[in-house]
Design a protein around this ligand. Structure first.
Ligand code: ZN
Ligand code: ZN
Length: 383
């Protein structure tokens, strides 16, 4: 690596640690957005702030060619109390960058600087910094605010740091890379009362237990075995106490899958089984079912571009056609509007897991992530 490049990487690592020390949550990423906007302006990038609340969009134009590429990073942290003790530990109690979005933001800034100052391309590169990835609202807010109308983006790319992959690895695939996430809430309502007199009541707990068991049959007996799906009941809440049978049961859970067809099937089955069990036990029921994250589905041509870019980065190991994961990313919604690719960037196998209070983005991944973004743009210049 050239000396000047090594110096820049050290600077990017310093930005990363500064962002890590000042984690912000959801749409409330004002400090991070201001930091991003300031850096982009200092590189000569045109900056629009406040896109979808606190999103930042940077536009870099060179020449009049047809290139219209978008590169996206997420800026938000998590509501987790950090347990690390290093110098750049979170200065905001109860918040930390436990998903490495500090690294994503810093790496995209590093790429912006190299593309602005050192790389020739012919067209427009758009840098998209989104808020509120973790709860899956930021991408939609930016899209609703005209991300793809106000800015010229024909295809869009993102990376996520990943502890399971060795340092220097870029792993991706065509087709589904990350799952959709849906949530459900089922309410059963009967008549609660004295625990010694169930025959005088219509309590909801036993029916609720049967419902939890019946829900387990949706993936095992109804979903196509070749379509991946996970249905997890995560909460069972009643208004019963020691000697009172509950009249109300609320069951909540989480569904992951890769296709709208499976999402529809699971939702339909949850509604049918809930209605059936409620009818069997003479209860009333209601079901709320919400789509929280779209599946992240990579398009084939752009994935080939991602493969080529990864091969061009010095020292990078490409894992093509990697396995998908059942976690979700808000970037999936952007891929419903434009073709593109989402890739996993190795954070090292000695890394703590994502969302762990001891997590820290690996600064040694920075040259790979920055290099990958730069090479994505260079693919076009190479024709
Ligand atoms: Zn996360
Ligand atoms: Zn994340």
């Amino acid at each position: 690596m050239a000396m000047v490049e090594a110096e820049l990487m050290e600077e990017v690592a310093a930005w990363r640690r500064a962002i890590h020390a000042d984690p912000e949550f959801g749409f409330e990423v004002q400090d991070t957005a201001a930091f991003v906007a300031g850096k982009l302006r200092s590189f000569g990038v045109d900056v629009t702030e406040g896109v979808g609340g606190t999103g930042v969009v940077g536009v870099l134009r060179k020449g009049n060619g047809p290139l219209r590429i978008g590169l996206r990073a997420d800026m938000d942290a998590l509501q987790i109390t950090e347990q690390n003790v290093f110098d750049h530990v979170s200065r905001r109690p109860g918040y930390m960058h436990a998903c490495g979005h500090d690294g994503h933001t810093a790496m995209l800034l590093g790429a912006a600087r190299i593309l602005a100052r050192e790389v020739d391309f012919d067209g427009i590169v758009t840098f998209v910094f989104q808020p509120a990835e973790e709860h899956g609202r930021g991408a939609g807010a930016m899209i609703d605010d005209g991300l793809f109308e106000r800015f010229d983006i024909d295809e869009i790319y993102a990376v996520h740091n990943y502890p399971e992959w060795p340092l220097g690895t870029l792993a991706t695939r065509a087709g589904p890379a990350k799952a959709s996430e849906d949530n459900f809430e089922i309410r059963l309502v009967g008549k609660g009362g004295h625990a010694a007199r169930p025959h005088m009541l219509n309590e909801a707990l036993v029916a609720g237990c049967q419902l939890v068991v019946a829900l387990q049959t949706i993936v095992s007996r109804r979903a196509d075995p070749l379509e991946h799906a996970v249905l997890s009941v995560t909460e069972f809440v009643t208004d019963g106490i020691r000697n009172v049978l509950p009249g109300n049961v609320t069951i909540r859970g989480d569904v992951r899958s890769f296709t709208p067809k499976t999402q529809e099937l699971v939702e339909g089955q949850i509604r049918q089984i809930s209605a059936g069990i409620a009818a069997t036990f003479g209860l009333t029921e209601s079901v709320d079912y919400s789509h929280e994250f779209a599946a992240t589905t990579n398009s084939p041509a752009e994935t080939e571009r991602a493969y080529a870019a990864a091969r061009a980065v010095r020292g990078m190991t490409l894992v093509a056609d990697c396995p998908p994961v059942m976690a979700s990313d808000d970037f999936g919604l952007m891929l419903q509007h434009r073709p593109g690719n989402y890739a996993f960037l190795g954070n090292g196998t000695d890394s703590y897991p994502l969302h762990n209070p001891l997590y820290d983005f690996n600064d040694r991944a920075i040259p790979f992530g920055v290099g990958y973004f730069v090479e994505l743009v260079r693919q076009f210049s190479a024709g």
